[in-house]
Design a protein around this ligand. Structure first.
Ligand code: NI
Length: 168
């Protein structure tokens, strides 16, 4: 089967809550491979299941490959179990929102609990751009996009653009 295309807004699947994966089967390992291929080809640094219409709680990311240090990660049934009180603002784009870049303020560091491809639960701490990526991709699993994380002033200034993104 060919790799699936990346869905773009206003596709409603991007606004839906994804279902837990549970056990890591061969099918899930094949899905993770497909998602990594689609992400690298895009080219992007993160991709969540719903972005290719796979409504399950899985995302892939690789924050450093564009700088020459590939580190593919697969996170299944991820939960953010800690977020720092300190926040940081970062410019974010999304493969499902081509041409849109927004400044988003989020916790500067997070701890993520997730199932790896080995089937075991893991817990990892993330800071810097990796923390941004983890939170952005985790949001996709609940139908939340980076444009939902804007402050009120930016939201108001971008009202027309946001309406167009959401579609009819
Ligand atoms: Ni995204």
């Amino acid at each position: 089967m060919n790799d699936r295309p990346i869905l773009r807004m206003p596709d409603r699947r991007l606004r839906s809550v994804a279902a837990p994966v549970g056990e890591v089967t061969d099918e899930i390992r094949a899905l993770a491979d497909e998602m990594l291929r689609v992400m690298y080809a895009a080219p992007g640094r993160g991709l969540a299941g719903p972005q290719i219409g796979e409504m399950r709680r899985i995302f892939v990311m690789d924050c450093g490959w564009k700088e020459g240090a590939p580190d593919p990660c697969v996170m299944i049934d991820p939960e953010i179990v800690w977020a720092s009180p300190e926040t940081a603002s970062c410019s974010e784009g999304c493969l499902s929102l081509p041409g849109i870049t927004v400044a988003v303020t989020r916790p500067a560091a997070v701890t993520l609990r997730f199932t790896g491809l080995d089937g075991a639960r893991h817990e990892d701490a993330f800071t810097g751009f990796a923390a941004v990526c983890v939170q952005h991709e985790r949001d996709h699993l609940d139908g939340i996009l980076c444009i939902d994380r804007l402050d009120a002033q930016t939201r108001a200034a971008m009202a027309d653009v946001l309406r167009r993104i959401e579609g009819p």
